[in-house]
Design a protein around this ligand. Structure first.
Ligand SMILES: [Zn+2]
Ligand SMILES: [Zn+2]
Length: 80
């Protein structure tokens, strides 16, 4: 994992859930393309679907006060 600059959520919402009128639990921001999507505790799990579909393995938590990265490929959390 070579992350130098953390991409932050532009908006505090899941782009995909907003489109379909659904809700989410927590938000994650993709470190490859910067999209913000919902976590695996959410009904639609958009962040992990995006990671697999797009091949973008690393997200950060978009929750206030949380400072960690997660890699779907390695199943590894890293604090920063
Ligand atoms: Zn979502
Ligand atoms: Zn992405």
């Amino acid at each position: 994992m070579a992350i130098k600059t953390i991409k932050r959520a532009k908006k505090r919402e899941c782009e995909e859930c907003v489109k379909i009128g659904s809700g989410w639990v927590h938000l994650r921001t993709c470190q490859t393309c910067g999209v913000t999507l919902c976590c695996d505790s959410s009904p639609n799990r958009h962040a992990s679907k995006h990671a697999r579909a797009a091949g973008h393995p690393v997200v950060v938590s978009a929750e206030p006060g949380e400072q960690w990265l997660y890699c779907f490929v390695d199943d590894a959390f890293t604090e920063y």
